[in-house]
Design a binder for this molecule. Structure first.
Ligand code: NAG
Ligand code: NAG
Ligand code: NAG
Ligand code: NAG
Ligand code: NAG
Length: 537
């Protein structure tokens, strides 16, 4: 195998020349004592050696590590498969009584850890050991691409290709998105572009290229912990974007109608604890000198009901027959279901619909409240008193004391009616107009029979009025009751006496007529027949 061909891509450069000479007769010398090579390349390190005439070389080795004895690089596990020796057979000169040879160390696939001092040693059949000290210092370096922003133009970046081996006069090729650019040299200007990816490579050794520099890729956004976000928990938003140079991150909250936006620098946005007001759209922006990319994320904070209120519409008092709607409102995520209560008793109603009372009646009067509930909690509302105004119901009337009402005694008539607002009462006497006293209780002291009769009361409020049924007062006379009886008795006695006197007088008259005309026809024209009334008497 032709080693020159194998070392295509070889990049080794002489920096300072003369190595220290060993013993002039039997020494190892190195044409170059410092070599700069790039990662991934192949390096050749040469040496010349001399040894006494008539000796034979038994062992040749390159080494860098010493474990008691120098370790042959071919046996060094750090170099397995990457090391070759290319040695030319020595030529001997009797005249100079010495032999000379060259041996070149070839290391492939250099890495930075290959940077070390390399030495060569021969051992002859007479036990002579010849090595060159110091050896060859090998520096393995990466190509570095530096990004420099040109101050004059914010739309352009100037890239500089840079390696530690620059002094050796490397020429660079430039690639944009993998395409070779016509320009060569250490510097190259590019227009800033989010899709830009640029790299440089050593001309003639294109596999020795720099890492690409590129604008941030579309960031990915992670939420920890994953899953449902509950108010009060700790939440982190993390933004990640591949970029070279490394991106700088900015988090911003997208402003909405009721919450202003804000901006936070850094890859992570922490909420400790998270609040319901933190819900919304967030944008993570990743930016470097070559461009900017952003990703949105939406945060939906779940929470139990807050600020539960019940509101009646229309507010205030409701007249009987009117309608009123009670709306329950609460902030909750997800939206709450509502339960309605009247005087602390649950009502049957759909969970999302306002509570509607059509054609209210006095029964609907009461204290209402609602309770909002979702899977994260529940909260009761304020209480609202719904006052239903209604006209008086038919009043009920009563009389005290109960039982017989005696003349001269005292009675109280009471009127009572269910009404809202409370009724005013007026007592009336049938056909007699209102009595003088107003009020639910009407007391008649020293009652007389003339004051007996029908009474009723009227209950009236702002909504309407209603009359009671009639109440009959039966006043019993006390003293005058005996007088009448006596009077009646007297009349009866007088009547009986008169009738008796008439009867006696008529008997006497008939007796005298019978005595004057006995046996003759009775005088019908003048005579009255016997009165049956008298017989009956
Ligand atoms: C959020 O990030 C902070 C700081 O990095 C860490 O201490 C905390 O544990 C994280 N919280 C969660 C919920 O991942
Ligand atoms: C009317 O009488 C009832 C029963 O005695 C009594 O409770 C009520 O207070 C009275 N009302 C008035 C206004 O005096
Ligand atoms: C109640 O009685 C008053 C007086 O007698 C009368 O003017 C009114 O119409 C009556 N109202 C009702 C609702 O019967
Ligand atoms: C009044 O009361 C008396 C005695 O209780 C009774 O005889 C009379 O029939 C009553 N009058 C009326 C009109 O109810
Ligand atoms: C106690 C009282 O006032 N009694 C009177 C009741 O009424 C009669 C007739 O009007 C009077 O004579 C009483 O003095």
């Amino acid at each position: 195998m032709n080693l020159r061909t194998a070392a295509r891509g070889f990049v080794a450069f002489l920096l300072s020349v003369p190595a220290l000479q060993g013993n002039p007769d039997r020494a190892v010398t190195y044409p170059s004592s410092n070599i700069c090579a790039l990662s991934g390349s192949t390096v050749e390190i040469r040496c010349n050696y001399k040894y006494p005439y008539a000796n034979t070389v038994e062992k040749k080795l390159w080494f860098t590590n010493i474990h008691n004895e120098p370790v042959d690089l071919k046996d060094d596990t750090d170099y397995t498969g990457r090391v070759e020796y290319s040695c030319v057979e020595p030529s001997c000169s009797r005249r100079y009584s010495s032999c000379t040879g060259t041996c070149t160390l070839i290391i492939k696939d250099l890495t930075q850890s290959d940077s070390a001092e390399y030495k060569f040693r021969i051992t002859t059949n007479y036990g002579g050991k010849y090595s060159g000290v110091p050896g060859v210092k090998l520096s393995v370096t990466d190509i570095q691409l530096k990004v420099v922003i040109r101050p004059s133009n914010i739309n352009t970046v100037q890239l500089e290709c840079h390696s530690m081996c620059d002094k050796t006069g490397l020429t660079y090729n430039w690639y944009m998105n993998g395409v070779l650019q016509p320009h060569h040299g250490r510097f190259h200007g590019f227009h800033i572009n989010s899709d830009l990816s640029a790299s440089c490579a050593i001309e003639g050794s294109n596999h020795l290229s720099s890492p690409s520099v590129y604008a941030p890729e579309t960031p990915s956004v992670g939420v920890t912990p994953p899953g449902v976000i509950k108010e009060g928990s700790s939440v982190n938003l993390t933004c990640t974007s591949e970029a070279n140079p490394v991106a700088k991150y900015t988090w911003s909250k997208v402003p909405t109608g009721h919450s202003p936006g804000h901006t936070v620098q850094g890859q992570q946005l922490s909420f400790h604890p998270i609040q319901s007001s933190d819900s919304g759209q967030y944008l993570c922006q990743a930016k470097n000198d070559l461009g900017t990319k952003s990703s949105p994320i939406s945060i939906d904070v779940k929470y139990g009901p807050k600020r539960t209120f019940v509101r009646p519409s229309p507010p205030g008092e409701i007249k009987e027959g009117g309608s009123v709607t009670l709306s329950c409102s609460s902030e909750a995520n997800p939206a709450a279901d509502y339960t309605w209560f009247k005087d602390n008793q649950p009502l049957h109603w759909e969970p999302r619909r306002p509570y509607t009372l059509d054609s209210v009646s006095s029964k609907d009067r009461g204290t209402y409240r609602c309770q909002a509930e979702n899977q994260y909690g529940y909260l009761g509302s304020n209480s609202v008193f719904i006052d239903v105004l209604y006209a008086p119901k038919t009043p009920s009337v009563s009389v005290r004391p109960p039982g017989e009402i005696k003349e001269g005694g005292s009675v109280t008539l009471s009127c009572s009616s269910d009404a809202n607002p409370a009724a005013d009462y007026t007592w009336f006497r049938e056909h007699g107009g209102s009595v003088e006293e107003l009020g639910e209780n009407y007391t008649i002291s020293n009652i007389t029979t003339e004051l007996g009769g029908n009474y009723y009361c009227e209950a009236r409020n702002a909504v309407g009025l209603q009359n009671s049924t009639l109440m009959f007062l039966n006043v019993t006379a006390t003293s005058s009751v005996t007088a009448t009886t006596v009077a009646r008795g007297t009349v009866a006695v007088l009547l009986a006496t008169i009738l008796l006197l008439i009867f006696l007088w008529m008997r006497r008259k008939r007796a005298s007529r019978n005595a004057r005309g006995q046996g003759g026809r009775p005088d019908t024209g003048e005579e009255s027949p016997p009165c049956p009334v008298y017989d009956n008497l």
